[in-house]
Design a binder for this molecule. Structure first.
Ligand code: GLA
Length: 767
């Protein structure tokens, strides 16, 4: 028989087995293969499983059950680890499909290119996107990873499955780690490479995971987040057809041009429909490839970007990738938010800060820019305290020579001209006003005009004969170097310890360039490691500072939201979402960033933007409502605010404190996405854990046709409970009593007039 026909027969046989299995019609099935018959008989006796990780009693099959999803794995006859299913929850071990025998279609579409391999390496007949690529000491550039063993381990929090693979000819082991977060329907994957031989192995691509989505009849829709400075995390959607969509950062930071996050659905709405989604916990250059073939098989691959990457894995050494967290949920796009928010609060954010409400902060940047003085900051602190601010943050400009962005970065000492008695008098003042004190730093940077650079010109990334490109007049320090790390730990430790600093805003305002490290390059080292070593350096410095100052909070800022990822959130408490504080822009930015960041980490300020209030009046109320959907801050020049504005701001801050437990730690549902109607309307609902209390923030930018709005239906209340609905912060507002069923079914009328920039904050509480 020609090979082509044999292949077709094989595929057909596999399909028959799948169908037969589903119908429970087993024993009389004609089979050319005893192994399969045995599997079917065995699985008929299998018992039901609960959430958790289980191994089939007789087969090399595993099932990872979350509350709403199942993910199953099996070992092929050739020892490949295959994903056999990912989707709605299965109930019994009997439901686990057996791994496909062969998926070769023809010599041009060979095995294992078509196999749903969990961690395909570059080697053999693989022509699709791969997860790993290495070069062995003898020059072999072909990876042949085969299954060795698997262990289910239950450490303190989340259970894990470890699958060990071994290269067929070289002493390289790869362990695939799967952590299971059952309540949030998430699987957290990493891979660890271990060199068990005597010679080095060069790692050239080390992704965190490969995910396979089942084939289906309809075309999938891909949602991603993209942007630029001042316009981060905007939601992008497109149908995916055969081909590869590639998202990446090559900047050495997470980047705001693309975010390491994706969602794939078919017909999901905000609240309904099946969605696969994922995000990388990595704050450096990354890549996610989403590939679909002509038959609709979709693979997502991702991890550290292989662009200009290399890692020398010495004899006896290991390398662990960052985590790739992915999930399947059937509650629409908001289902992604709920899951990633809960996971981040429960398993990512640092303790004990995550247990306390985030404070209302004031930040001086937009008020004073570099014109920071003891008197000016004390004046702002006085106004901020009057509003009810709890944390006062001095931004850029407090260190020597920092009168503009041309000088001073790297010299983390207090400017004796601006602060003749050091920071102490200002900090004492801030404390006496009942606020905590925070300060801005940009540790990874130096200006050419700084003592640090004059003393250590070799401490930045550079190639000796090339221009050292500046961006915002600054250069990037080589955080792979331990002496640079020690210098920064020492300087920041002193700044924090000697000044009772309880908060640092850690900024990063330019990407890495000229990524050279002349002293490191050579026979045994590859300077292309800097892309990873830089991130590990940042993590190490942050971790050390937190260890030494357990009450310290850190804000992650990179010209706004250019470093917002679950890797940085393991050691920071919040993220500055964007330098753009215009409420119109913010609704889009906050919609996008809320796919990743829970409310307590999403920094939003009320500022003097737009500056020209004559031309473009946006009420203070509207600006507060937009900023109140996360971690509220104030950034305006308070010395210039009118008495009426100050009083109103104090009222809104008091309201925020009343509801912040829901906004920061509750479920967040975008009831009306600004992306769905050009930003003219938006509504967000936040709900507490037992759904007895909710907050709705609703916005209408303009109403050119003077039309009334439809009623707004509230989500996820208790149908039989009675609620009181009250508009907060509004003097004449009356309250209305309604059942949960009526609020969810009929909805509520929004208290909007026909003016522009209408907004409201509704508090819904079980009576
Ligand atoms: C970046 C930040 C701003 C501010 C300035 C200071 O642009 O995003 O919030 O801190 O740096 O130079």
């Amino acid at each position: 028989m020609p090979k082509f026909l044999r292949n077709i027969k094989q595929v057909t046989y596999n399909n028959m087995v799948e169908q037969t299995h589903r119908k429970d019609y087993t024993i009389s099935m004609p089979s050319p293969d005893n192994i399969i018959t045995e599997n079917i008989i065995t699985t008929k006796k299998a018992t039901a499983t609960d959430t958790g990780i289980y191994k089939h009693p007789t087969q090399q099959y595993w099932i990872l059950n979350t509350e709403k999803s199942s993910y199953t794995l099996g070992i092929s006859r050739d020892g490949l680890v295959l994903q056999t299913y990912w989707g709605p929850r299965l109930l019994t071990l009997e439901d686990i499909p057996e791994p496909p025998l062969r998926m070769e279609r023809a010599a041009q579409d060979p095995d294992p290119s078509n196999m749903p391999e969990e961690y395909p390496g570059y080697g053999g007949l693989r022509y699709r996107e791969i997860a790993a690529q290495v070069t062995c000491a003898d020059g072999t550039r072909d990876l042949d990873l085969r299954f060795v063993e698997a262990d289910i381990v239950v450490p303190t929090n989340l259970p894990e499955l470890h699958i060990t693979l071994q290269d067929a000819s070289y002493p390289l082991q790869v362990t695939l780690k799967y952590q299971l977060d059952s309540t949030n329907d998430l699987i957290i994957r990493r891979a660890t490479f271990s060199n068990q031989g005597e010679e080095t192995i060069n790692l050239e691509r080390v992704y965190s995971a490969t995910w396979h989505l089942p084939r289906q009849f309809a075309t999938r829709r891909l949602t991603t987040l993209a942007g630029h400075w001042g316009g981060e995390t905007r939601v992008q959607q497109r149908p995916i057809v055969a081909g590869t969509v590639q998202m990446e950062s090559r900047k050495g930071i997470t980047s705001g041009n693309a975010y390491p996050w994706f969602a794939l659905d078919t017909q999901a709405s905000e609240e309904q429909g099946e969605v696969y989604f994922g995000t990388l916990a990595w704050s450096g250059s990354w890549k996610i490839n989403i590939s679909t073939n002509i038959m609709g098989a979709t693979i997502v691959n991702g991890g550290i970007n292989e662009h200009d990457f290399a890692w020398t894995l010495e004899a006896g050494a290991s390398f662990e990738t960052p985590a790739f967290i992915a999930g399947f949920a059937n509650e629409g796009m908001n289902g992604i938010r709920q899951r990633l928010h809960r996971y981040t609060r429960q398993h990512v954010l640092p303790h004990p800060q995550v247990e306390k409400p985030r404070p209302v902060l004031y930040n001086s940047w937009e008020a004073t820019f570099f014109d920071v003085t003891e008197a000016g900051q004390s004046e702002l602190a006085k106004h901020a305290a009057r509003l009810g601010v709890e944390l006062f943050v001095v931004d850029d400009g407090w260190f020597p020579a920092r009168v503009n962005d041309h000088a001073g970065l790297g010299d983390w000492r207090v400017d004796p001209q601006k602060f003749p008695h050091g920071l102490k008098p200002l900090i004492d003042n801030v404390h006496a006003l009942g606020m905590e004190f925070g300060i801005w730093v940009e540790p990874e940077m130096t200006n050419a005009d700084s003592d640090l650079y004059r003393t250590h010109p070799d401490w930045i990334y550079h190639f000796p004969k090339r221009t050292r490109h500046e961006a915002r007049n600054q250069l990037v320090l080589n955080l792979g170097r331990s002496d640079v790390q020690e210098y920064l730990i020492d300087a920041l430790d002193k700044l924090i310890g000697e000044n009772e600093v309880s908060y640092i805003k850690w900024d990063m305002n330019r990407p890495i360039s000229e990524p050279g490290w002349p002293e490191y390059s050579g026979a045994h080292h590859d300077a292309r490691e800097i892309w990873v070593r830089h991130v590990l350096g940042v993590y190490h410095i942050m971790d050390t500072l937190r260890e030494r100052h357990p009450a310290l909070s850190i804000e992650s800022c990179a010209s706004g939201g250019f470093r917002a990822d679950l890797g940085i959130l393991e050691r920071t408490d919040q993220v500055w979402s964007s330098d753009n504080t215009h409420p119109d822009a913010r609704l889009f930015i906050q919609e996008g960033i809320s796919y990743i960041l829970p409310g307590r980490t999403m920094g939003n300020w009320v500022t003097d933007t737009p500056a020209d209030r004559q031309m473009n009046e946006i009420p203070l109320r509207y600006r507060f409502h937009v900023a109140m959907m996360g971690m509220l801050g104030i950034g305006g020049h308070l010395s210039h605010w009118s008495e009426a504005d100050m009083d109103e701001a104090a009222r809104w801050i008091a309201v925020y404190k009343q509801i912040r437990h829901i906004v920061q730690d509750g479920e967040q549902h975008w009831l009306i996405s600004p992306s769905s109607n050009d930003g003219n309307l938006a509504a967000v609902e936040c709900l507490n854990a037992d759904h007895s209390e909710a907050v709705v923030l609703a916005f209408r930018r303009s109403n050119p046709f003077w039309e009334p709005l439809p009623r707004l239906r509230i989500y996820n209340l208790l149908a039989e409970a009675q609620y009181t609905v009250q508009e907060l912060g509004h003097d004449n507002a009356t309250s209305v009593a309604m059942s949960g069923a009526a609020l969810m079914g009929r909805g509520i009328e929004l208290p909007f007039s026909t003016s522009s920039y209408e907004s409201c904050l509704l508090h819904i509480k079980r009576s």
